[in-house]
Design a protein around this ligand. Structure first.
Ligand code: F6P
Length: 327
């Protein structure tokens, strides 16, 4: 293996709070190993265009607490083509980059595995997505902050729902996964949680809501993951409104959307991101390539990139049972 001198770091896919803390950790840990660090802006898109900047120690000062990503992020169509990846490899050679650290979600790691297989650039991934849907780590960077943002909003909705005796369908992010919905559902005392991992039966949903609204409480919160197969909160609301049994019910929809992606990262996310960034540098230095660093049961683990995106991380079915008991 050629010796490592210069590493490139980039953030890719949907941004997540804590990505900056991770970039900072990568830069500082790399300097501790006497490595140079270059920042690739706008993910794979910037890699293809050669949008590369030097990252010295000062460039990552005062960012640990900031949301978003100083390196910016993008979803690149061009990188999905062999030609795009070949151009990206050329740009890396030109910049003298001999190892990469990618911070992003499953799309990022999918691209990373292909890139390594075709062009052999050693690459270590750091799990960064609010969705928490990556196999190989208990938590992803940004997930805890997103949970806290969502729960703060759900608490506010609870106040107004209660004041008006209303039913609220609150949609949280999670294109393919219900981690945010499930945990916010429990934390926010939701009457019902709908997630993509579990088939949603509309009649059952109606029954549960109607019995809830007519019994001890006159307000209700249903947390819906955007990826629920019934089609998200708006579609479910439409279906409920068509049923005359719902005529007396004052129903509102609130989509929390991208509010969940922004904001200052929680301390938990900052520490997670810092540990993962430093561990990714260690992994590259030790000669690992095509792996993702994660934390499982408190310890750093490495998982092959292909395993990360070919296996589905399971939700905790005990938590799901708990939502039924507690509602
Ligand atoms: O992957 C993270 C995520 O926030 C998903 O939960 C959501 O579906 C998606 O990104 C939204 O992506 P975009 O910002 O590109 O619309």
């Amino acid at each position: 293996m050629q010796s490592l001198r210069t590493i490139g770091v980039f953030t890719s896919g949907g941004d997540a709070p804590g990505m900056n803390a991770c970039v900072r950790a990568v830069v500082r840990a790399a300097h501790a190993h006497d490595l140079e660090v270059l920042g690739i802006r706008r993910g794979y898109e910037g890699m293809i265009e050669g949008d590369i900047v030097e990252l010295d120690g000062k460039s990552v000062s005062n960012i640990v607490q900031k949301g978003g990503t100083i390196l910016k992020s993008a979803r690149s169509k061009a990188f999905r083509t062999p030609e795009g990846r070949a151009t990206a490899a050329q740009q890396l050679r030109r910049a003298g980059i001999d190892g990469l650290i990618a911070i992003g979600g499953d799309g990022t790691l999918r691209g990373a595995a292909l890139f390594y297989e075709e062009h052999g650039v050693p690459l270590v991934g750091c799990p960064g997505t609010i969705d928490n849907d990556l196999f190989g780590t208990d938590e992803t960077i940004g997930y805890d902050t997103a949970l806290n943002t969502a729960i703060e909003n759900i608490d506010r909705i609870r106040d107004t729902a209660d004041a008006h005796d209303r039913l609220f369908l609150v949609e949280v992010m999670g294109r393919d996964a219900g981690f945010i919905a499930l945990n916010c559902g429990i934390g926010g005392g939701a009457e019902l949680v709908l997630i993509p991992e579990l088939l949603t039966d509309l009649d059952d949903v109606k029954r549960k809501i109607l019995s809830q609204m007519s019994s001890q409480t006159r307000s209700s919160i249903v947390v819906v993951a955007e990826g629920d197969e019934l089609g998200g909160a708006n579609r479910i609301a439409e279906a409920l409104r068509k049923d005359p049994a719902f005529d007396p019910i004052d129903l509102r929809v609130c989509i929390l959307g991208h509010t969940q992606r922004g904001g200052s990262p929680t301390v938990r996310d900052r520490v997670l991101a810092s540990r993962l960034g430093a561990a990714a540098v260690d992994a590259l230095v030790e000669g690992h390539a095509n792996v993702m660093v994660g934390i499982v049961n408190g310890s750093i683990v490495l998982t092959p990139s292909r395993t990360v995106w070919s296996r589905r991380k399971s939700i905790d079915y005990d938590l799901l049972k708990l939502t039924e008991i507690l509602r």
